[in-house]
Design a protein around this ligand. Structure first.
Ligand SMILES: [Zn+2]
Length: 362
């Protein structure tokens, strides 16, 4: 085992120059290395079995962080979700999984090959994970970990240009492959043009924007429609066709555990080629105990012909084992709603590689 680990590490380092590449080059690279990957011995640890086929998995939604940077109410909320006895010492549990090493360990347990870490600037709700912190975390495993940069919104009226410049600076790091926003957590309306400069950055730099949609279970969030319903994003989607918008959580209503703005997400993706969908968190044990809501959502997306617009994410690490459990619940939902192995490959890694132009790890 030790030898294989070393060989894999060496191989990863060797490939680090190819992290973000053109689609054409990526296709050549993938086709050209399929055989060597299957013979290397390193790849046997990663991927899921889907109808007899091995499929690589990228989890595009993970949160690194520090316990002390999370507001107290949210710490209590997170701690209450840890299973006993981990709930007895939430700080230790959280710090064990929020570090880069902790996240990599959760990914390994789930056999996930690559993941995206989110920077967050939402001091009043979910807390802060700085761009610098995310960049440092991605550097620990450059072929496996990537980042989405974010920016402060609360001082935007006076510091707009400086914040946008900070965002551009963070995105200049090749590990930072997109932008993360959460209108409900950061308290700004989806249709407020004051903030549309963020989409201009996305368009200029060809780095997609991930947006939280739907209500949020965290204390202190804005729950009104202009902050949660992606219908309010439509003016921005139309005005910035060069920006890619990834609608997180499929507009799920986490408060009432209902489909929320799912239909709006599907309509936007059908209408605009720059809209993508991400099904994280809504199908967790806590938010969808029977798994029925995630299954229905995945079914509706498939029926709408939007399989090539779905990018998988979990919203982990949350608690030990969550990353693995969410993947397994999503596989169950997709099998129950008729996704073929080809379609599963698109959802779990193919669409991510195409949209973010990132070469797959093993
Ligand atoms: Zn999240």
């Amino acid at each position: 085992m030790k030898v294989f680990t070393w060989v894999c590490d060496g191989f990863n380092r060797h490939r680090s120059g190819f992290r973000t590449i053109s689609t054409a080059l990526w296709l050549t690279w993938v086709c050209g290395t399929g055989l060597s990957l299957s013979l290397s011995g390193c790849d046997t640890a990663k991927g899921i079995d889907y109808d007899g086929r091995r499929i690589l998995v990228v989890d595009m939604h993970l949160h690194p962080g520090e316990w002390d940077a999370i507001p107290e109410d949210t710490r209590k909320f997170i701690g209450s979700r840890f299973p006993f006895p981990l709930s007895l010492n939430p700080k230790t549990t959280a710090e064990g999984i929020l570090s880069a090493e902790g996240i990599l360990s959760e990914l390994d347990k789930a056999r996930v090959s690559q993941a995206v870490l989110f920077a967050v600037y939402a001091p009043r709700t979910v807390g802060i994970a700085t761009n610098e912190r995310v960049i440092a975390d991605t550097a620990t495993a450059p072929d496996r970990l990537f980042g989405l940069a974010s920016l402060r919104i609360d001082n935007f009226r006076t510091e707009k240009d400086a914040e946008l410049q900070r965002l551009r600076t963070a995105l200049a790091n090749p590990s930072m492959i997109g932008i993360k926003l959460a209108h409900a957590h950061q308290h700004f309306r989806m249709d407020d043009p004051t903030y549309f400069g963020i989409y201009q950055v996305s368009s200029d730099l060809k780095k997609p924007v991930y947006l939280h949609t739907g209500s949020s279970p965290f204390p202190g969030t804005s729950s009104e429609a202009p902050y949660t319903d992606p219908t309010y994003l439509e003016p921005a989607v139309k005005a910035y066709p060069g920006a890619i918008f990834i609608l997180g959580h499929l507009g799920y209503d986490f408060t009432d555990q209902q489909s929320g703005s799912l239909e709006a997400c599907i309509r936007l993706a059908k209408t605009y080629s720059n809209v993508y969908l991400e099904p994280s968190a809504l199908g967790s044990k806590g938010s969808d105990p029977t798994g029925e809501n995630l299954k229905t959502a995945m079914q509706k997306i498939r029926d709408a012909g939007l399989v090539d617009r779905v990018i998988y994410g979990s919203d982990g690490p949350q608690s030990p084992g969550f990353v693995k459990d969410y993947l397994s619940r999503t596989v169950t939902a997709m099998k129950a709603s008729g996704y073929t192995a080809d379609e599963a490959q698109s959802v779990f890694s193919g669409n991510f590689a195409r949209v973010f132009r990132v070469a797959p790890a093993k």
